[in-house]
Design a protein around this ligand. Structure first.
Ligand SMILES: NC(=O)c1ccc[n+]([C@@H]2O[C@H](COP(=O)([O-])OP(=O)(O)OC[C@H]3O[C@@H](n4cnc5c(N)ncnc54)[C@H](OP(=O)(O)O)[C@@H]3O)[C@@H](O)[C@H]2O)c1
Length: 192
C-alpha cells in the first residue's frame, strides 16, 4: 500500500523538518506514491527536492478540490490558518495531522503522541492534533510504557527531569535557531 501525502506549511521550520524526517529519519521507508507541498503565496513556485525528486511548492487555498486524492495531509501553519484548513482538508477526504494549537483542546479531535496513545488516533473524524513540542517530549519520558520511561528513570535513582527547550517561532525562527546554535557552540568550547 502506498500513500499520497501533502504538507501544508512545507517551507516553514516544522514543515522542513517533516520533509527531512521523510528523507532521512525513522519514516524514510514510508511508502509515498506522491508528495505535494503547499505554502502561502509568498513561497508558491519554490522548488524543494525530497527523496531525490524536485517538487514545486503550490499556493494553498482553502478549497477541498485542491486536496482531493491525498490520503494524509500534515499541516504546520499558524493556529488561525489551521482552523480554516483542517476542516477543508478533512472534507476533501484526507486525514489531517495538524501541528498547531488550533485543535488540541477540541474534545472531538484526538490528541495523539504516537509513542504514548496511538490507539486514540482511531477515533478521528478527519483531524488529529499533536501536543506542543515540549509537552510531546515530556509525555514520552513520563509515559509508563515509554521506552525510557520516567518510572524506568526513577529505578536508576535519578532526580527530577530537567529539560531545555529552544523553540523557533515564525519570522524569528531562523535567526533564533542560529543564535541557539552559536550559544551551544560557546558552551561546548567552555566559554560559558
Ligand atoms: N517551531 C517550532 O519549534 C514548533 C514546534 C511544534 C509545533 N509548532 C507549530 O507548528 C506550526 C508551524 O510553525 P513553524 O515554526 O514551522 O512556522 P513558520 O516557520 O513560520 O512556517 C509557517 C509555514 O506556514 C505557511 N503559511 C503561512 N501562512 C499560510 C497560509 N495562509 N496558507 C498556507 N500556508 C501558510 C508558511 O509559508 P510561507 O513560506 O509561504 O510563508 C510556512 O510554510 C505553528 O502552529 C507552531 O505553533 C512549531
Amino acid at each position: 500500500m502506498t500513500y499520497s501525502v501533502g504538507v501544508v506549511g512545507a517551507t516553514g521550520q516544522v514543515g522542513r523538518e517533516f520533509l527531512r524526517i521523510l528523507e532521512e529519519g525513522e519514516r524514510a521507508d514510508l511508502p509515498i506514491s506522491s508528495l505535494r507541498l503547499f505554502a502561502s503565496q509568498r513561497s508558491a513556485g519554490k522548488r524543494i527536492t525530497v527523496r531525490g525528486q524536485e517538487h514545486i511548492v503550490e499556493c494553498a487555498e482553502p478549497d477541498p478540490a485542491l486536496f482531493a486524492g491525498l490520503d494524509f495531509v500534515v499541516s504546520a501553519i499558524g493556529d488561525e490558518e489551521a482552523r480554516v484548513y483542517s476542516p477543508v482538508i478533512a472534507k476533501a477526504g484526507a486525514l489531517n495531522v495538524d501541528k498547531s494549537n488550533a485543535w488540541r483542546m477540541d474534545p472531538t479531535v484526538p490528541l495523539v503522541v504516537p509513542e504514548v496513545n496511538p490507539e486514540a488516533a482511531r477515533g478521528h473524524h478527519g483531524i488529529i492534533a499533536g501536543p506542543n513540542c515540549s509537552t510531546n517530549s515530556r509525555m514520552k519520558a513520563a509515559s509508563p510504557s515509554g521506552e525510557h520511561s520516567f518510572s524506568e528513570w526513577r529505578s536508576f535513582c535519578l532526580g527530577p527531569i530537567s529539560m531545555t527547550m529552544l523553540l523557533g517561532r515564525g519570522d524569528y525562527s531562523r535567526p533564533s535557531m542560529l543564535f541557539a546554535a552559536a550559544l551551544a557552540m560557546q558552551f561546548r568550547i567552555g566559554r560559558i
